[in-house]
Ligand binder design. Structure first.
Ligand SMILES: [Mg+2]
Ligand SMILES: [Zn+2]
Length: 186
């Protein structure tokens, strides 16, 4: 039996958007995020974070820095009773300062490399799964991967003007997005 999952963007969806999180003092959870993820746990969704981190390609943070930030993030969520099953990030950028990250990769959203990897590893059915994010790249990635998409009005709130992609649903924030998932999820 395949599992169902909710893919969550990180910056602007879970934590405050800061235009490239460079150090941990900038890591602020948005209101009710722990409660929202806890609800997803209770609804039997796997919770998987997928995030573009070009901050690495720029050379402003290392992969180790990002891993450490994620361990802190998971610990804070855990204290709120919320569990996250996976975190995937893309360190690349086509115009990276650091040569080793300067590629047109298949993982940077709106590409779906990170989603495809998680679908395979966790045996997830995309038709029963959602993506929640604040940027058009999140919505487009979700559509390309066959997920239902929810645009949240936190962070960029869909106003980044990068891609044409209409979300299936819109929600004020992640907590409200979970109401939609509860109502329309299979
Ligand atoms: Mg975002
Ligand atoms: Zn990548």
């Amino acid at each position: 039996m395949k599992q169902k999952a909710v893919f969550l963007d990180r910056d602007g969806t879970i934590n405050k958007e800061t235009d490239l999180l460079k150090n941990l003092s900038q890591l602020r959870l948005l209101p009710n995020v722990g409660k929202a993820i806890k609800k997803l746990n209770l609804l039997k969704y796997l919770v998987i974070i997928i995030t573009n981190q070009p901050v690495i390609a720029r050379g402003w943070a290392t992969e180790q820095d990002v891993d450490y930030a994620h361990s802190v993030l998971l610990e804070r969520l855990k204290r709120a009773g919320a569990r996250v099953q996976g975190i995937y990030y893309c360190p690349h950028h086509p115009n990276a300062n650091l040569k080793q990250y300067r590629i047109r990769c298949s993982c940077r959203k709106p590409n779906i490399g990170m989603i495809k990897k998680a679908l395979r590893i966790f045996n997830i059915d995309p038709n029963k799964s959602f993506i929640v994010g604040d940027r058009t790249a999140d919505i487009l990635a979700g559509k390309r991967a066959g997920l239902k998409s929810i645009l949240v009005k936190t962070g960029y709130g869909g106003q980044d003007r990068k891609y044409q992609a209409a979300a299936d649903f819109q929600a004020k924030n992640l907590y409200r997005a979970v109401d939609i998932i509860k109502k329309y999820g299979l």
